[in-house]
Design a protein around this ligand. Structure first.
Ligand SMILES: Cc1cc2nc3c(=O)[nH]c(=O)nc-3n(C[C@H](O)[C@H](O)[C@H](O)COP(=O)(O)OP(=O)(O)OC[C@H]3O[C@@H](n4cnc5c(N)ncnc54)[C@H](O)[C@@H]3O)c2cc1C
Length: 503
């Protein structure tokens, strides 16, 4: 069944609510006629589709002199990209722990699961995320984007002995892998570890901190960021670029020898030799056959509903006393300070499960972002005053002011799916960031655009992998075949995908 049009009205995030001015792209192209053909069709105008459109329409890129079309089911950044935490957060060596942990092997439940990578492959991802933050900064500065971009430090705060022990273990494994890696050892790790509880409390201002990791972090207004990239594509001097919002793709059909026919229902059809899926959690609705067969890209992606909220801090946490870093809390929140408005935070999925805030069926296999579940709202409302030292009383209109939900696409091996889709010539994808897309997407789409540039001259040749892109992101038959087995780790005893909330 198609995901769009949706039978509900989505919540409005802080980001969507604060980007309504004349340069925003609400309703852009919703009444424009569809071209009959295009060279590149991108499905989805979240950060992935927007960033790919930007990259493809630069002078010298694959889209130079070509028609590039973005089809978006709703408005630009109306899904995860306009509803997230705004955190552009490369992860510390703790990333190494989950990437090198074995793939899930047991039935159901809440077991440790990982990606099964070698330490060297995990290092590729570690440095790729650091590069992503630098690349976002570079684009924001070069293009002079007004998107509330901020770059500084991120703290990973630990409050349990088990958590502090685990991160030290991951640090030891990281150091060993880093020293042994001919490819990466000359690059600085950029993260440091604080083991002293008093120092951890002083640095973080968190009451129960006993250790922390400190490294690079960034944030931006993700709704403005996504729209800004699409505006640059619209202004491209060298590509014929079209953005059609409120144009849901209902199905895709392979056309012998000429690529794909993209059916947009009453909006029309487009034929294109290259189609790129930037549809994240909703990809599963496009290929029912793949889903039924339990293979393919759709079976590899589990929709996951996250909550986030905006908290206006009391003046004890404003001005000179405002938080100077972003945060990731063990068993807690991701949290950023917006440039003007307050703090945006929400619970990580592992925190939801580990603290008993919710169960698997409260988060996975849900696609309804029209609701805010009371227990999640309460958690967001009390988080800061419970955790920050000296938070102080909240006056009227301070404290929690806004909460919303959004749908992410969890990849069942916790690695994104990027590049050509096996068995479907001319079809590519960039999906499945498991709630961490802002930390990778801009770099992923830069590499994907470079791969399309390389093949543009010779379409008969196989797409040449961009060496900057971790090979573990490649969509291989092997990964797709193991998807149904791994998906059981996220499976819900109640039943299959729901399009309305069960909470
Ligand atoms: C509450 C929450 C908090 C998060 N916090 C963070 C964070 O702090 N840091 C971080 O790195 N990541 C975070 N994430 C994850 C991050 O937002 C995502 O990884 C990222 O936005 C994915 O971008 P995307 O463009 O691939 O997907 P989306 O933004 O979901 O975009 C996909 C687009 O495709 C469109 N689409 C789908 N199917 C069709 C179709 N058939 N036809 C036409 N269009 C279609 C959709 O309408 C949608 O606009 C968070 C997500 C949520 C929900």
């Amino acid at each position: 069944m198609p995901a769009f049009p949706q039978p509900f009205t989505s919540t409005v995030s802080h980001w969507q609510a604060t980007n309504r001015g004349p340069t925003s792209l609400w309703n852009h192209g919703r009444d424009d006629p569809l071209p009959e053909t295009a060279d590149y069709v991108i499905i989805g105008a979240g950060i992935t589709g927007a960033s790919l459109a930007y990259q493809l329409t630069r002078p010298g890129a694959a889209g130079e002199g070509k028609t590039v079309v973005v089809l978006e089911a709703k408005d630009v950044a109306s899904c995860a990209s306009g509803r997230n935490g705004g955190h552009i957060a490369p992860r510390s060596w703790d990333l190494m722990g989950s990437l090198t942990a074995p793939l899930w092997e047991g039935p159901g439940g809440n077991e440790v699961r990982g990606s099964g990578l070698t330490p060297e492959e995990a290092l590729d991802v570690y440095f790729f995320e650091l590069d992503n933050l630098d690349l976002v900064e570079d684009i924001v500065k070069t293009e002079k984007l007004d998107v509330d971009f901020w770059k500084g430090s991120r703290l990973e705060v630990f409050s349990t002995t088990a958590g502090a022990d685990k991160t030290r273990e991951n640090l030891v494994a990281f150091k060993k892998a880093h020293a042994a890696s001919a490819k990466h050892r000359s690059r600085p790790a950029q993260w440091e570890h604080v083991d002293d509880a008093t120092e951890a409390k002083n640095v973080s201002r968190v009451t129960d901190a006993i250790a922390l990791n400190k490294g690079p972090g960034g944030s931006w207004h993700p709704h403005r960021g996504t729209m800004a990239l699409l505006r640059l594509a619209l202004e491209s001097p060298c590509s014929d670029f079209r953005l059609l919002s409120w144009t849901p793709v209902m199905s895709l059909e392979q056309v012998d020898g000429s690529g794909w026919s993209v059916d947009c229902g009453t909006r029309g059809q487009i034929k294109a030799p290259r189609v790129v899926l930037c549809t994240n959690a909703y990809t599963r609705h496009l290929f029912q056959d793949d889903l039924a067969a339990g293979q393919g890209v759709p079976a590899h992606l589990v929709p996951y509903r996250g909550h986030a909220g905006l908290v206006v801090p009391p003046t004890t946490f404003a001005g000179r006393n405002s938080l100077g870093t972003t945060y990731g809390f063990e068993n807690g929140a991701y949290l950023i300070s917006t440039v003007h408005s307050g703090l945006v935070l929400g619970p990580y999925w592992q925190a939801v499960l580990d603290t008993g805030l919710g169960t698997m069926s409260d988060i996975f296999f849900l696609e309804d972002d029209s609701v805010v579940v009371p227990k999640f709202r309460e958690w967001i409302e009390t988080f800061c005053k419970d955790r920050y030292r000296g938070w102080g009383p909240e006056n009227r209109s301070e404290g929690p002011v806004h909460a919303w939900t959004g749908i992410m696409g969890v990849s069942v091996d916790l690695l994104p799916l990027v590049g050509p889709v096996p068995g479907k010539p001319g079809l590519l994808a960039a999906v499945g960031y498991s709630g961490h897309g802002m930390a990778m997407v801009v770099n992923i789409t830069r590499c994907l655009a470079a791969m399309l540039r390389n093949e543009a001259d010779d379409r008969s040749a196989a797409v040449v992998w961009d060496p900057r892109l971790p090979r573990s992101f490649e969509i291989t038959e092997k990964r797709l075949k193991r998807a149904p087995h791994l998906a059981k780790a996220f499976s819900d005893p109640v039943g299959p995908v729901q399009t309305t909330s069960r909470s």
